[in-house]
Design a protein around this ligand. Structure first.
Ligand code: IMP
Length: 475
């Protein structure tokens, strides 16, 4: 198959060619196309699509384009899509990063991310965008002269170096562009899919059958975990256990089993089994690895559906074994927040009892001070330690995260099946987890032996169990 890369930058063409070995890749020059597409979109996605769509409509070919830039949080995500033009036309790369350092003078929040968006525009009118991000901090002075653009002032904490001091090979392992290219490879191998409507774009990967990104199309913002340096996941499924079984060990029919935190499903590769315009289904069956942790033949399907401003998640577990099977299942979705935690509150549909003795309420004073029952209460988020708590015996069927008393997202769950609703934040992170669980956290159990626990789900051979939740965004 033939792909045209909508760029005149030979460096980019080389990089793409290298990643698309099974395709015939052409540059604009190869095709004698001489055109400058104006980048007047409001987001990286819009700009990347505009470039690729223009050429695809002209040639009738599959066309790919990319758009990238740097977003600095304390500057309201500037320079963003204007990265190449920051400070006006007269500046070179050095002039631009010096201006950025000046604009950040005196600011303590220096968090930033590089963004790269690849658009694939198909001759049939389909547009797909794939986003890669890399999180870091803006230094107070440049370091290194490698790379280009803002590299000398972009400090990457995992390597404890600026991009300006990395070798090309090092940068290509972790950069935003490398991550977008990784996704492109997954997409071409059918290991990733995208759903898109007027408001939202949802990217789903085969690893863990998990959401990779949820983007607000009006401004390109991430609505889920924007902070992968704090936690590697966006919306992992917890299956067949919830939380950490003490010592990672349990016994079934007198045999000892070791099982990962939140089970194994989020670590395994799912297969895409069906896709329609607004819905995709991924499936996991037993593997050698899963069988060692949990001796059952099963199918776990995750279906994501995009409806207006809502993302729906349906889990379906089927017992394919010839013996009774036990499990728990739950979602662990992240929602993007900012670190002014005091401005957030949680609002339930109905009055709920506020947990005072559930695990991880390691700021007991906070919980002691809450009323016995409430519909709305301040969110327990912490800058210095992980906090998790659970509401049980729920009367509500939704809970909502508010910012300055305005709704951000409302999470609906199946009240009758939901034994506990978990909330968790990693210290200083920019996401908050709301976790509807058909079951109870392993460490909240009275016994370590999984077979004898309460709140387990059981399925007879060929029986199936479904569990649903959804998140509605107030965009
Ligand atoms: P474009 O994708 O060619 O439009 O690049 C936009 C601008 O973003 C570049 O001119 C750089 O200023 C900045 N930028 C994008 N990627 C990088 C990077 O990897 N390092 C440094 N600056 C970058």
């Amino acid at each position: 198959m033939e792909i045209i890369i909508a760029t005149n930058n030979q460096g980019k063409v080389r990089e793409f060619k290298n990643r698309l070995k099974d395709y015939e890749v052409f540059s604009l020059k190869d095709k004698n196309i001489d055109i400058e597409v104006e980048e007047d979109g409001k987001t990286f996605e819009e700009n990347a699509i505009k470039k690729a769509r223009t050429i695809s409509d002209m040639t009738g070919a599959l066309v790919m384009a990319d758009d990238s830039g740097l977003e600095v949080f304390a500057l309201d995500n500037a320079p963003g899509i204007y990265s190449a033009r920051y400070g006006g036309e007269g500046l070179d790369d050095k002039g631009r990063y010096e201006k950025l350092l000046k604009d950040l003078e005196g600011k303590t929040d220096r968090d930033a991310r590089f963004v790269s968006v690849i658009a694939l525009c198909f001759p049939d009118g389909r547009n797909v965008t794939l986003r890669g991000e890399c999180y870091g901090e803006i230094t107070t002075a440049p370091d290194g002269d490698g790379g280009f653009g803002y590299d000398p002032i972009f400090y990457y904490p995992p390597l404890k170096k600026t991009f300006g001091t990395l070798t090309l090979e090092e940068k290509n392992e972790i950069s935003h562009r490398a991550r977008a290219l990784d996704k492109m490879e997954l997409f071409f191998k059918d290991e990733m899919s995208c759903l898109e409507n007027e408001y939202l774009r949802l990217e789903i990967g085969s690893k863990g059958g998990e959401i990779l990104h949820l983007i607000n199309k009006s401004n390109g913002e991430n609505l889920m975990n924007t902070d992968l340096k704090s936690w590697d996941y966006v919306a992992p499924v917890c299956f067949p256990v919830l939380g950490e079984v003490p010592d990672d060990t349990y016994y079934y029919q007198n045999k000892k089993y070791l099982i990962d935190l939140h089970g194994f499903a989020h670590l395994q590769k799912f297969s895409l089994v069906s896709a329609s315009e607004n819905s995709v289904t991924y499936r996991l069956n037993e593997t050698e690895y899963s069988y060692k942790s949990w001796p059952f033949r099963f199918s776990l399907e995750i279906t994501y559906t995009l409806t207006g401003k809502k993302v729906e998640t349906l889990y379906k577990v089927t017992n394919n074994d010839d013996k009774q099977m036990f499990f728990n299942i739950g979602g662990h979705d992240t929602y993007a927040i900012t670190t002014d935690y005091e401005n957030y509150s949680l609002e339930y549909e109905k009055e709920e009892e506020i947990p005072k003795n559930c695990i991880y309420t390691n700021n007991r004073q906070f919980f002691e001070a809450l009323p016995e029952k409430a519909k709305t209460f301040p969110v327990m988020m912490s800058k210095d330690r992980a906090i998790a708590f659970f509401t049980k015996d729920l009367k509500s069927s939704w809970v909502q995260l508010n910012y300055k008393d305005k709704p951000v997202v409302r999470v609906y769950f199946e009240r009758e099946k939901t034994d506990s609703l978990g909330f968790w934040n990693e210290p200083n992170s920019k996401f908050y987890c709301i976790e509807p669980w058909a079951g109870i956290h392993e460490e909240c159990q009275t016994t370590n032996i999984t077979e004898e626990k309460t709140n387990l789900r059981y399925l007879e051979p060929n029986e199936e169990y479904t569990y649903y939740h959804s998140a509605e965004y107030f965009l």
